[in-house]
Design a protein. Sequence first.
Lengths: 583, 285
Amino acid sequence: MEKNRLTWKVGGKAGEGIMATGIIFSQSCSRGGLHVFDINEYPSLIKGGHNTIQVRVEDREIFSQVKNVNVLIALNKETILLHRDELAKGGGIIYDISEAIEKKEFREDIRLYPVPFNNIIKEIGAQAIMKNNLALGASIALIDYDFEILAGVIKDTFKRKGEKVISDNISAAKAGYDYIKKNFPDDFDYRLEKIGTPGKMLLTGNDAISMGAIKAGCKFYSAYPMTPASSLLHFMAAQERRFNIVVKHTEDEISAINMAIGAGFTGVRAMCGTSGGGFCLMSEGYGLAGMIEVPIVVVVAMRPGPSTGMPTWSEQGDFKFVLGASQGDFPRPVLVPGDNEECFYMTAEAFNIAEKYQTPVIILTDKYLAESHKTTEKFDAGRITIERGVYATPEALAASPGNTFFKRYKLTGNGISPRTIPGMKKGIYTATSDEHDEEGTITEEIEERIEMMQKRMKKLETLAKELNQPELAGPRDADVTIIAAGSTKGPIKEAMIELEKERVRTNYLQILYLNPFPAEKVASVIDSAKKTVVVENNFTGQLADIIREKTGRNVTRRILKYDGRPFYPEEIRDSIKEVAAHG
Amino acid sequence: MVKMPDINTIGKPNWCPGCGDFGILLALKGAVVELNIEPENIVIVSGIGCSGKVPHWIRTYGLHGIHGRVLPVAAATKLANHELTVFGVGGDGDGYGIGMCHFIHAMRRNIDMTYIVHNNMIYGLTTGQTSPTSEKGMRTKSTPSGVIEVPVNPIALAISSGATFVARSFAGDVKHLQKTIVAAVKHRGFSLVDVFQPCVSFNNINTYDWYKQRVYDLETVGHNPQDKMAAFVRSQEWGEKIPIGVFYKVVSPTYEDELPQIKEMPLVKQGIDKVDISKLMEDFV
């Protein structure tokens, strides 16, 4: 018997409550002190189409999904056919008894658990839509987990829908639970057992970014809905009155970024969020913020392109796009968090960088990180500092002549000029998208152009000195060194654990800032590594290209994936084993 | 008291001699003085085009942004600090062409701000191409055989899109324009002031004389700006006689009025050092 180590999956048609079922299961495990990582797959439509959510549960911290599934809940036959080959040895399928399924269609070790979904629903007087919770209850019985924890999560999930909905859903889950306990008692090899009390959060990357923004004092969030960034908008909107934030669903992404700029110019911390397509529309505004030195934070949650691409799937195909977006050169800090903790702390950091360096800052994630739930320790909010950058002092304002514009773009050694905001007497200036002099007056003079370009770009050099260099995780003398950025972090960490077991020694350099790029560190790591791989979710190996551009170094192998799915640790493990063996 | 020297700039406007923009700038500055608003509490947001230069020639806070995006920037400026007086300044290409989408949505939001459109019915700074308000048949560099489309009617559009103050004036009548801008600023809500602005370099049809022969003040004919249908009827007048003045005006809650988040104080004045997220984190356990 295997205890507290399993993967549970539910599949069915979109609109059947698949995601809700999965999140209830995830939350139930998390409240029992277990560690959870879930990953969803769904097409870009609302009703019909195939949806799944896969939840991995263990008693140690886990960082990604794995391939093998132990419990499969099939709310339709398609789910059985599509996913039966994913089942681990001795895995089981819970499905509706009316599906025409024959035992001989399956591997011998696979356990089948037909449950009369429709009859039970009728018997207990519940609604057909509650079939998912019935099946969920059945799975809880199968793995012998604590039903009361599940009931508690169902209660909290449906609390806004009233007592009747809560009690009907709990009844449905209990009926499924009882059916399995009665008809298949003690029949299954994979079990879960509560090991602690509730305490950890169950969060997505977007949840963590939203929390980080709120803690950092974000007062204005503007966005146009776009998967996989939409849940940022939903989160911020749900919290706007609790934390006094103005959240604006704008007419388009152009408006979203220009609104953030207006708010940032006026002196509040402002953020906007989108995916690659929306960021195309934001690009001109992005450059405006760079030119007029207005602090804003832009979240870009990547999905596969080009164009509409695969709207609800994952990719890291926009590394180069964000680094080069908008015309001309200006400081473009790009932060690439790889897990929930980094999403939280780096969002707060992004606001500090934006205000200290008076420039737009990008937080780059992807659908995999944005939407997957992971059990997460509560954040240490005390670690967040608020650094608002340099404002003009009252003395400096008093000393300014009063018949001219304030020198808002004063040339300084580090490129950072003291700011003023509307309302500040004698701080008056006009921010202009044209090239300008220290007072913000339009200029096309050679000297002034050169000085202003140097001033703006100087800020990036100043920032580079402030940022921590990435640390190499793992043994110094590894057989293979892995370099990656963003959401690949989880699968890489899991792959490293597996590789260690197979005596392949690896270490891992996580790039947290695409710009300013930690070129020296990366170069020295590559130089001292035996073999180096870059793992990234795109076709060309954009990160490897950036490494080559910034360091002049090539890596041994680019491990790439561009099918819309994130890496599985098994895939990384196998590729690295091959590199270790053959190079 | 705010006086003209308080808002004058050392630099002088570089518009073409005789440009209608001079009249608009003069009326705007006159309105600021008349309204007695401290210049540090004013933000003028402009776009791209000849009109975009306005914030460089009046000493208030200004943001001379990108083409067509005046209104989102201006709206958020007001939402971030609603104690400021916010102006949007743009041209017909900026506001009714590339920025049309924002124009309509800004009006239905009814944020308290004043939007002044320098409507010269031509693209001036790009040396004379057709604009969304160019009359059908007008020959320009981009329409050598004449414009095929009918022009946008900003007044009718504004009345139907939720603007709560809709007016038109003429750069050749600075007194009327200043009076209109003052009324627009005093109005709580989104105010449109569409201004006939002769372009002396690239529009030789809609000239000062052309307007002078046609415009008449709605005040002189007893128009009731509370009457939305009458306003629509007046908005359709074009040709021998063209009305200027306040077409439509209605009192309606502003967007800011509906936000409890800023009831006590503007966003910009709210402290951010002590945000407590402990309960928020508990919601996710």
